[in-house]
Design a binder for this molecule. Sequence first.
Ligand code: SF4
Ligand code: SF4
Length: 307
Amino acid sequence: LAIKIAVASGKGGTGKTTVVTNLALAIGDTKKVVVGDCDVEEPNSHIFIGADMKKVKDVSLLVPRIDENLCDLCGECVKACEYHALALIGDRVMFFEELCSGCGGCALVCPQRAITEVERPIGTVRRGVSDKKPLADPQKGGAGGVVLIDGVLNVGEARATPVIKEVKRTAEKEGRDVIIYDAPPGTSCPVIETLSGADFVLLVTEPTPFGLHDLKLAVDVVKKMGLRFGVVINKDGLGYGGLEEYLSEEKIPVLLRIPHSEKTASMYSMGTALVETDEKWKKEFAGLYEKTVALSNAGDGMKREVV
Ligand code: SF4
Ligand code: SF4
């Protein structure tokens, strides 16, 4: 049974990808890891993980195509569409594809069978293997390696959720021991889709008033979803005390602190992971994994094996 860890933040630019990639690389010597980059509008984990990504599948929505010769303009499909993607205008049913969720409801209710469903591509799923932690050779008894699955939403496309679902499905089929999901920034539907089913959520924040504001929104979401969670503070030491007060009042555990420093910022800008150059950080992130496993077990009576 794989452990599923999701890494999220209330806003972008807090170091979420830093946590995902360093965590994966720190444990990737001995554990079979897959990272699912669900930040499909801007997938960038591959830069730090060092993976050459190849397309494995297209992601499409099934959307309606109306045969005007069969349609008698009864309007049933328009009434059935909760997303307002269909409208009866004059002597035609108009279709607004960017509003369509692909639910298939309109085709089901059409009395004339005038609606067929056709595929509309909205993105792709890619796969790669880290050249920093290549897959271990089973012949030699190795067990490590980091696989990366990511999703790329087509330019101008608004529906991220189906692509995220496919990233998760593909990552889970890899049969690895640890699955780490990189969530999109924010607290909207794509984030909720990414977090659903996670054993533990790491919320990455920074000690600023904006960081605290967005963290509170993210905490609200994970609490409502009933998920276990802890915090990683990036840019620690910026001097804003409000974050610490909130965390201690709410009894939210801080599992790792990454200090604010020019060195970490410049490594990030060069696409270098912290664990690559510093043994201390490898230990810190391996420790973060151990704490995450321990907390994800807390209270459920099912001791997960730390592989
Ligand atoms: S598939 Fe669903 S969302 Fe799309 S037009 Fe039909 S009813 Fe509306
Ligand atoms: S339900 Fe079918 S027949 Fe009625 S308006 Fe829609 S497409 Fe036309």
